[in-house]
Design a protein around this ligand. Structure first.
Ligand code: ADP
Length: 354
Protein backbone atom coordinates (compact mmCIF):
# COMPACT_ATOMS: atom_id res chain seq x y z
CA UNK A 1 0.00 0.00 0.00
CA UNK A 2 1.16 3.52 -0.75
CA UNK A 3 0.39 6.42 1.53
CA UNK A 4 0.46 10.19 1.30
CA UNK A 5 2.52 12.11 3.88
CA UNK A 6 -0.66 13.02 5.72
CA UNK A 7 -1.82 9.42 5.72
CA UNK A 8 1.63 8.22 6.72
CA UNK A 9 1.52 10.48 9.78
CA UNK A 10 -1.89 9.15 10.77
CA UNK A 11 -0.64 5.68 10.00
CA UNK A 12 2.33 6.12 12.29
CA UNK A 13 0.04 7.26 15.06
CA UNK A 14 -2.33 4.38 14.32
CA UNK A 15 0.58 1.94 14.50
CA UNK A 16 1.66 3.26 17.87
CA UNK A 17 -1.85 2.95 19.23
CA UNK A 18 -2.19 -0.49 17.68
CA UNK A 19 1.10 -1.63 19.14
CA UNK A 20 -0.15 -0.67 22.54
CA UNK A 21 -3.53 -2.30 22.08
CA UNK A 22 -2.93 -5.20 19.70
CA UNK A 23 -4.54 -5.65 16.30
CA UNK A 24 -7.35 -7.88 17.36
CA UNK A 25 -10.41 -6.85 19.31
CA UNK A 26 -12.85 -9.40 20.62
CA UNK A 27 -16.40 -8.45 21.58
CA UNK A 28 -18.86 -10.80 23.20
CA UNK A 29 -22.58 -10.45 22.41
CA UNK A 30 -25.31 -12.37 24.14
CA UNK A 31 -28.81 -12.68 22.68
CA UNK A 32 -31.92 -12.58 24.90
CA UNK A 33 -33.65 -15.81 25.92
CA UNK A 34 -36.14 -16.73 23.18
CA UNK A 35 -39.88 -16.99 23.91
CA UNK A 36 -39.77 -20.77 23.71
CA UNK A 37 -36.82 -20.86 26.13
CA UNK A 38 -38.67 -18.58 28.54
CA UNK A 39 -41.84 -20.63 28.43
CA UNK A 40 -39.84 -23.83 28.92
CA UNK A 41 -38.34 -22.21 32.02
CA UNK A 42 -34.70 -22.26 30.86
CA UNK A 43 -32.44 -20.54 33.35
CA UNK A 44 -29.73 -18.15 32.23
CA UNK A 45 -26.18 -19.09 33.10
CA UNK A 46 -24.64 -15.71 32.40
CA UNK A 47 -23.73 -12.98 34.81
CA UNK A 48 -23.40 -9.46 33.45
CA UNK A 49 -22.55 -7.72 36.74
CA UNK A 50 -19.14 -6.63 35.43
CA UNK A 51 -20.14 -6.37 31.77
CA UNK A 52 -19.19 -2.68 31.73
CA UNK A 53 -15.60 -3.70 32.55
CA UNK A 54 -15.68 -6.27 29.72
CA UNK A 55 -16.18 -9.21 32.05
CA UNK A 56 -18.62 -12.02 31.57
CA UNK A 57 -19.40 -14.59 34.24
CA UNK A 58 -20.72 -18.03 33.38
CA UNK A 59 -22.09 -20.58 35.82
CA UNK A 60 -20.86 -24.06 35.18
CA UNK A 61 -22.47 -27.04 36.91
CA UNK A 62 -24.72 -24.81 38.98
CA UNK A 63 -22.22 -23.16 41.31
CA UNK A 64 -18.77 -22.67 39.77
CA UNK A 65 -18.42 -19.28 38.13
CA UNK A 66 -15.84 -18.77 35.43
CA UNK A 67 -14.96 -15.27 34.30
CA UNK A 68 -14.04 -14.35 30.72
CA UNK A 69 -12.62 -11.01 29.72
CA UNK A 70 -13.24 -9.22 26.44
CA UNK A 71 -12.78 -5.80 24.94
CA UNK A 72 -16.47 -5.33 25.61
CA UNK A 73 -19.44 -7.45 26.57
CA UNK A 74 -22.84 -6.64 25.05
CA UNK A 75 -25.75 -7.78 27.16
CA UNK A 76 -29.14 -8.70 25.63
CA UNK A 77 -30.17 -5.08 26.29
CA UNK A 78 -27.52 -3.62 23.99
CA UNK A 79 -28.82 -2.75 20.55
CA UNK A 80 -27.42 -2.55 17.02
CA UNK A 81 -26.30 1.06 17.50
CA UNK A 82 -24.32 0.13 20.64
CA UNK A 83 -22.63 -2.68 18.75
CA UNK A 84 -21.81 -0.54 15.75
CA UNK A 85 -20.18 2.11 17.94
CA UNK A 86 -17.23 -0.28 18.34
CA UNK A 87 -17.09 -1.25 14.66
CA UNK A 88 -17.23 2.34 13.48
CA UNK A 89 -13.50 3.22 14.00
CA UNK A 90 -12.73 0.37 11.61
CA UNK A 91 -14.47 2.30 8.84
CA UNK A 92 -12.07 5.20 9.24
CA UNK A 93 -9.16 2.73 9.11
CA UNK A 94 -10.37 1.29 5.80
CA UNK A 95 -10.60 4.75 4.26
CA UNK A 96 -7.09 5.45 5.59
CA UNK A 97 -5.75 2.49 3.63
CA UNK A 98 -5.86 -0.36 6.15
CA UNK A 99 -7.20 -3.84 5.53
CA UNK A 100 -9.87 -4.82 8.00
CA UNK A 101 -11.75 -7.98 8.87
CA UNK A 102 -14.88 -8.09 11.00
CA UNK A 103 -16.38 -11.49 11.72
CA UNK A 104 -19.09 -13.12 13.83
CA UNK A 105 -18.38 -16.50 15.41
CA UNK A 106 -20.67 -18.79 17.41
CA UNK A 107 -23.19 -21.56 17.67
CA UNK A 108 -26.14 -21.47 15.24
CA UNK A 109 -29.00 -19.39 16.63
CA UNK A 110 -26.86 -17.07 18.77
CA UNK A 111 -27.26 -13.99 16.58
CA UNK A 112 -24.37 -13.95 14.08
CA UNK A 113 -26.69 -12.94 11.25
CA UNK A 114 -28.59 -10.59 13.56
CA UNK A 115 -25.31 -8.78 14.33
CA UNK A 116 -23.84 -8.74 10.83
CA UNK A 117 -26.91 -8.46 8.56
CA UNK A 118 -29.68 -7.41 10.87
CA UNK A 119 -32.98 -6.66 9.18
CA UNK A 120 -34.34 -3.78 7.13
CA UNK A 121 -35.76 -2.05 10.21
CA UNK A 122 -32.91 -3.04 12.53
CA UNK A 123 -29.76 -2.88 10.41
CA UNK A 124 -26.64 -4.74 11.38
CA UNK A 125 -22.91 -4.10 11.09
CA UNK A 126 -22.71 -4.71 7.31
CA UNK A 127 -25.16 -2.01 6.31
CA UNK A 128 -24.04 0.48 8.96
CA UNK A 129 -20.41 0.02 7.97
CA UNK A 130 -21.12 0.73 4.33
CA UNK A 131 -23.37 3.64 5.20
CA UNK A 132 -20.58 5.19 7.22
CA UNK A 133 -18.02 4.44 4.55
CA UNK A 134 -20.02 6.58 2.10
CA UNK A 135 -20.62 9.28 4.69
CA UNK A 136 -16.93 9.74 5.48
CA UNK A 137 -15.95 9.43 1.81
CA UNK A 138 -18.35 12.30 1.12
CA UNK A 139 -16.88 14.39 3.95
CA UNK A 140 -13.41 13.87 2.47
CA UNK A 141 -14.43 14.55 -1.13
CA UNK A 142 -12.28 17.66 -1.50
CA UNK A 143 -9.14 15.65 -0.76
CA UNK A 144 -9.90 12.11 -1.88
CA UNK A 145 -11.76 10.31 -4.61
CA UNK A 146 -12.92 6.89 -3.49
CA UNK A 147 -14.07 4.01 -5.68
CA UNK A 148 -15.96 1.41 -3.71
CA UNK A 149 -16.93 -2.04 -4.94
CA UNK A 150 -18.61 -4.99 -3.29
CA UNK A 151 -18.28 -8.75 -3.82
CA UNK A 152 -20.44 -11.31 -2.07
CA UNK A 153 -19.09 -14.82 -1.64
CA UNK A 154 -20.08 -17.95 0.12
CA UNK A 155 -17.72 -20.70 1.20
CA UNK A 156 -19.46 -24.03 1.52
CA UNK A 157 -17.64 -27.35 1.80
CA UNK A 158 -14.34 -25.64 0.94
CA UNK A 159 -15.77 -24.28 -2.31
CA UNK A 160 -16.13 -20.64 -3.16
CA UNK A 161 -19.39 -19.49 -4.70
CA UNK A 162 -19.87 -16.03 -6.20
CA UNK A 163 -23.29 -14.87 -5.03
CA UNK A 164 -23.33 -11.96 -7.49
CA UNK A 165 -22.61 -14.06 -10.59
CA UNK A 166 -25.46 -13.72 -13.08
CA UNK A 167 -25.50 -17.43 -13.82
CA UNK A 168 -24.05 -20.31 -11.85
CA UNK A 169 -20.69 -21.29 -13.26
CA UNK A 170 -19.27 -24.78 -13.25
CA UNK A 171 -15.77 -23.29 -13.19
CA UNK A 172 -14.12 -23.70 -9.81
CA UNK A 173 -13.25 -20.37 -8.24
CA UNK A 174 -9.69 -20.26 -6.93
CA UNK A 175 -7.67 -17.80 -4.89
CA UNK A 176 -4.67 -16.23 -6.61
CA UNK A 177 -1.96 -13.90 -5.46
CA UNK A 178 -1.32 -10.90 -7.72
CA UNK A 179 2.19 -9.60 -8.35
CA UNK A 180 1.82 -6.92 -5.66
CA UNK A 181 0.98 -9.67 -3.16
CA UNK A 182 -2.74 -9.04 -2.96
CA UNK A 183 -5.01 -12.09 -2.86
CA UNK A 184 -8.01 -12.20 -5.13
CA UNK A 185 -10.42 -14.56 -6.82
CA UNK A 186 -10.18 -14.09 -10.60
CA UNK A 187 -13.55 -13.88 -12.29
CA UNK A 188 -15.70 -12.86 -9.33
CA UNK A 189 -18.11 -9.97 -9.70
CA UNK A 190 -17.00 -6.72 -8.11
CA UNK A 191 -20.11 -4.53 -8.12
CA UNK A 192 -19.23 -0.84 -8.25
CA UNK A 193 -21.42 1.03 -5.79
CA UNK A 194 -21.97 4.77 -5.59
CA UNK A 195 -24.29 5.04 -2.63
CA UNK A 196 -25.94 3.07 0.14
CA UNK A 197 -29.13 2.39 -1.87
CA UNK A 198 -27.07 0.59 -4.49
CA UNK A 199 -25.31 -1.37 -1.76
CA UNK A 200 -28.60 -2.51 -0.34
CA UNK A 201 -29.73 -3.95 -3.67
CA UNK A 202 -26.36 -5.71 -4.09
CA UNK A 203 -26.67 -7.23 -0.60
CA UNK A 204 -30.22 -8.32 -1.35
CA UNK A 205 -29.12 -9.95 -4.61
CA UNK A 206 -26.39 -11.83 -2.72
CA UNK A 207 -28.82 -12.92 -0.06
CA UNK A 208 -31.35 -14.18 -2.65
CA UNK A 209 -28.65 -16.09 -4.52
CA UNK A 210 -27.65 -17.81 -1.29
CA UNK A 211 -31.07 -19.45 -1.11
CA UNK A 212 -30.93 -20.86 -4.65
CA UNK A 213 -30.28 -24.58 -4.83
CA UNK A 214 -30.76 -25.29 -1.13
CA UNK A 215 -33.80 -27.11 0.27
CA UNK A 216 -33.50 -25.44 3.62
CA UNK A 217 -32.13 -21.91 3.51
CA UNK A 218 -31.58 -21.60 7.25
CA UNK A 219 -29.71 -24.85 7.48
CA UNK A 220 -27.63 -24.00 4.46
CA UNK A 221 -26.66 -20.56 5.84
CA UNK A 222 -25.68 -22.05 9.16
CA UNK A 223 -23.28 -24.42 7.39
CA UNK A 224 -21.58 -21.95 5.10
CA UNK A 225 -19.52 -18.83 5.61
CA UNK A 226 -21.08 -15.71 4.10
CA UNK A 227 -18.41 -13.20 3.15
CA UNK A 228 -18.73 -9.62 1.91
CA UNK A 229 -15.60 -8.07 0.50
CA UNK A 230 -15.49 -4.31 0.12
CA UNK A 231 -12.65 -2.94 -1.98
CA UNK A 232 -11.80 0.70 -1.48
CA UNK A 233 -9.58 2.45 -4.01
CA UNK A 234 -8.53 5.94 -2.91
CA UNK A 235 -6.90 8.69 -4.90
CA UNK A 236 -5.43 11.64 -3.06
CA UNK A 237 -6.28 14.73 -5.12
CA UNK A 238 -3.47 16.75 -3.54
CA UNK A 239 -0.58 14.53 -4.58
CA UNK A 240 -2.13 11.95 -6.91
CA UNK A 241 -1.20 9.01 -4.70
CA UNK A 242 -3.40 5.95 -4.75
CA UNK A 243 -4.15 3.34 -2.11
CA UNK A 244 -6.19 0.19 -2.14
CA UNK A 245 -7.71 -1.45 0.92
CA UNK A 246 -9.98 -4.35 1.63
CA UNK A 247 -12.70 -4.82 4.20
CA UNK A 248 -14.10 -8.28 4.91
CA UNK A 249 -17.42 -8.69 6.73
CA UNK A 250 -17.98 -12.32 7.58
CA UNK A 251 -20.89 -14.28 9.02
CA UNK A 252 -19.24 -17.61 9.84
CA UNK A 253 -20.81 -21.06 9.74
CA UNK A 254 -22.20 -22.31 13.07
CA UNK A 255 -19.44 -23.49 15.40
CA UNK A 256 -21.50 -26.21 17.14
CA UNK A 257 -20.13 -29.69 17.38
CA UNK A 258 -22.55 -32.38 16.34
CA UNK A 259 -23.35 -35.55 18.18
CA UNK A 260 -21.40 -38.37 16.56
CA UNK A 261 -24.55 -40.40 15.98
CA UNK A 262 -26.13 -37.51 14.10
CA UNK A 263 -23.34 -37.10 11.63
CA UNK A 264 -23.19 -39.23 8.53
CA UNK A 265 -22.68 -38.89 4.79
CA UNK A 266 -22.89 -35.34 3.37
CA UNK A 267 -23.51 -33.92 6.83
CA UNK A 268 -20.26 -35.45 8.05
CA UNK A 269 -18.34 -33.84 5.21
CA UNK A 270 -19.96 -30.46 5.93
CA UNK A 271 -19.19 -30.75 9.63
CA UNK A 272 -15.57 -31.65 8.95
CA UNK A 273 -15.17 -28.73 6.57
CA UNK A 274 -16.69 -26.27 9.03
CA UNK A 275 -14.50 -27.63 11.77
CA UNK A 276 -11.44 -27.43 9.59
CA UNK A 277 -12.00 -23.83 8.55
CA UNK A 278 -12.89 -22.56 12.02
CA UNK A 279 -9.87 -24.33 13.53
CA UNK A 280 -7.74 -22.89 10.73
CA UNK A 281 -8.98 -19.42 11.67
CA UNK A 282 -8.00 -19.99 15.31
CA UNK A 283 -4.62 -21.40 14.26
CA UNK A 284 -3.84 -18.43 11.98
CA UNK A 285 -4.66 -15.93 14.68
CA UNK A 286 -2.59 -17.81 17.27
CA UNK A 287 0.34 -18.11 14.89
CA UNK A 288 0.17 -14.36 14.27
CA UNK A 289 0.08 -13.66 17.96
CA UNK A 290 3.04 -15.83 18.79
CA UNK A 291 4.89 -14.28 15.82
CA UNK A 292 5.34 -17.70 14.30
CA UNK A 293 7.33 -17.67 11.04
CA UNK A 294 4.78 -19.82 9.33
CA UNK A 295 1.21 -18.57 9.34
CA UNK A 296 -0.99 -21.42 8.05
CA UNK A 297 -3.32 -19.31 5.89
CA UNK A 298 -3.62 -22.01 3.29
CA UNK A 299 -5.19 -24.62 5.53
CA UNK A 300 -8.67 -23.46 4.56
CA UNK A 301 -10.39 -21.38 1.89
CA UNK A 302 -11.67 -19.08 4.65
CA UNK A 303 -8.23 -18.11 6.00
CA UNK A 304 -6.71 -18.02 2.51
CA UNK A 305 -9.38 -15.54 1.38
CA UNK A 306 -8.92 -13.43 4.50
CA UNK A 307 -5.11 -13.51 4.31
CA UNK A 308 -4.63 -9.82 3.44
CA UNK A 309 -6.92 -8.76 6.26
CA UNK A 310 -5.50 -10.96 9.03
CA UNK A 311 -2.06 -10.05 10.27
CA UNK A 312 0.45 -7.42 9.17
CA UNK A 313 -0.93 -4.00 9.98
CA UNK A 314 -4.50 -5.03 9.27
CA UNK A 315 -7.18 -4.86 11.94
CA UNK A 316 -9.44 -7.64 13.07
CA UNK A 317 -12.64 -7.48 15.04
CA UNK A 318 -14.42 -10.58 16.27
CA UNK A 319 -17.91 -10.89 17.69
CA UNK A 320 -18.32 -14.02 19.73
CA UNK A 321 -22.03 -14.65 19.85
CA UNK A 322 -23.52 -16.65 22.71
CA UNK A 323 -26.79 -17.95 24.11
CA UNK A 324 -27.76 -17.24 27.74
CA UNK A 325 -29.55 -20.58 28.17
CA UNK A 326 -28.40 -23.32 30.52
CA UNK A 327 -29.14 -25.78 27.70
CA UNK A 328 -26.37 -24.28 25.57
CA UNK A 329 -23.73 -23.98 28.25
CA UNK A 330 -21.27 -26.43 26.74
CA UNK A 331 -21.35 -24.73 23.30
CA UNK A 332 -21.16 -21.34 25.00
CA UNK A 333 -18.06 -22.40 26.91
CA UNK A 334 -16.47 -23.72 23.77
CA UNK A 335 -17.11 -20.40 21.94
CA UNK A 336 -15.81 -18.38 24.88
CA UNK A 337 -12.66 -20.50 24.97
CA UNK A 338 -12.12 -20.03 21.24
CA UNK A 339 -12.55 -16.27 21.65
CA UNK A 340 -10.15 -16.22 24.60
CA UNK A 341 -7.56 -18.00 22.51
CA UNK A 342 -8.04 -15.42 19.78
CA UNK A 343 -7.90 -12.49 22.16
CA UNK A 344 -5.65 -13.69 24.92
CA UNK A 345 -2.57 -14.52 22.95
CA UNK A 346 -2.86 -11.65 20.54
CA UNK A 347 -2.68 -9.08 23.28
CA UNK A 348 0.64 -10.49 24.42
CA UNK A 349 1.68 -12.97 27.10
CA UNK A 350 1.85 -10.21 29.69
CA UNK A 351 -1.94 -10.01 29.85
CA UNK A 352 -3.10 -13.05 31.67
CA UNK A 353 -6.64 -14.27 31.07
CA UNK A 354 -8.74 -15.39 33.96
P1 ADP B 1 -27.20 -17.22 13.81
O1 ADP B 1 -26.92 -16.37 12.61
O2 ADP B 1 -26.09 -17.21 14.80
O3 ADP B 1 -27.66 -18.61 13.48
P2 ADP B 1 -29.51 -15.52 14.09
O4 ADP B 1 -28.90 -14.20 13.80
O5 ADP B 1 -30.30 -16.14 12.99
O6 ADP B 1 -28.43 -16.56 14.61
O7 ADP B 1 -30.40 -15.35 15.41
C1 ADP B 1 -31.28 -16.35 15.89
C2 ADP B 1 -32.56 -15.70 16.39
O8 ADP B 1 -32.30 -14.92 17.55
C3 ADP B 1 -33.19 -14.77 15.37
O9 ADP B 1 -34.60 -14.89 15.45
C4 ADP B 1 -32.75 -13.40 15.82
O10 ADP B 1 -33.65 -12.39 15.43
C5 ADP B 1 -32.70 -13.54 17.34
N1 ADP B 1 -31.66 -12.69 17.94
C6 ADP B 1 -30.34 -12.88 17.88
N2 ADP B 1 -29.67 -11.93 18.55
C7 ADP B 1 -30.59 -11.10 19.06
C8 ADP B 1 -30.54 -9.91 19.86
N3 ADP B 1 -29.38 -9.38 20.27
N4 ADP B 1 -31.72 -9.33 20.19
C9 ADP B 1 -32.89 -9.85 19.79
N5 ADP B 1 -33.01 -10.96 19.04
C10 ADP B 1 -31.88 -11.60 18.67
Amino acid sequence: LKFSVEQAKTKKLHNLIQEAKGNIRVFCRCRPLRKDELSAGHATVLDFDAAKEGELGILIGGSTKKIFKFDRVYTPKDNQVDVFSDASPMVVSVLDGYNVCIFAYGQTGTGKTFTMEGSEDNRGVNYRTLEQLFKIAEERRETFVYDISVSVLEVYNEQIRDLLASSPTSKKLEIRQASEGVHHVPGIVEAEVENITEVWSVLQAGSNARAIGSNNVNEHSSRSHCMLCIMVRAKNLMNGECTKSKLWLVDLAGSERLAKTEVQGDRLKEAQNINRSLSALGDVISALATKNNHIPYRNSKLTHLLQDSLGGDSKTMMFVQISPSEKDVSETLSSLNFATRVRGVELGPARKQS
